[in-house]
Write a new protein. Structure first.
Length: 136
């Protein structure tokens, strides 16, 4: 049974993660994940595959920020939840590399929320080739 309370709590956890990332507050961002959380970056680029554990997720996100000199932005366009811990987010991901490359990509992040923290993220890339070229 889906309840507004459960759905709201799940969305709240995900919103907290996005807000913390947007502010560069990596401590709060990291705290939204379980210690053994996973993030599956579904693209053939430098970040491909599963990042297992909070530390690996923070390293992946941190490297993304470094490569873009802090310009990486993840702007949620829509957030949908089912009340059973699954939260789908349509995201506009953008950023710039120091060499002039730019990223403006529509992506879908599927979060699995367990209690008050994120257990897993599946990241689906809208246009894989341009994203891969951006991260080369």
């Amino acid at each position: 049974m889906t309840t507004d309370t459960t759905t709201g709590a799940d969305v709240g956890v995900v919103r907290t993660a996005f807000e913390a990332f947007g502010k560069g507050d990596m401590a709060t961002f990291g705290a939204t994940f379980h210690d053994d959380a996973t993030w599956n970056h579904r693209n053939e680029d430098r970040f491909a595959g599963v990042h297992a554990g909070r530390d690996a997720i923070l390293a992946f996100i941190g490297e993304s920020g470094q490569l873009t000199d802090g310009t990486l932005r993840a702007a949620p366009q829509a957030i949908l939840a089912d009340g059973d811990g699954r939260v789908a987010v349509l995201v506009r991901l953008s950023g710039n590399r120091p060499d002039g490359r730019t990223l403006d990509s529509t992506q879908v992040l599927l979060f699995a929320v367990d209690g008050d923290r994120i257990r897993a993220v599946d990241q689906f890339i809208g246009e894989p080739s341009p994203v891969a070229a951006f991260w080369e």
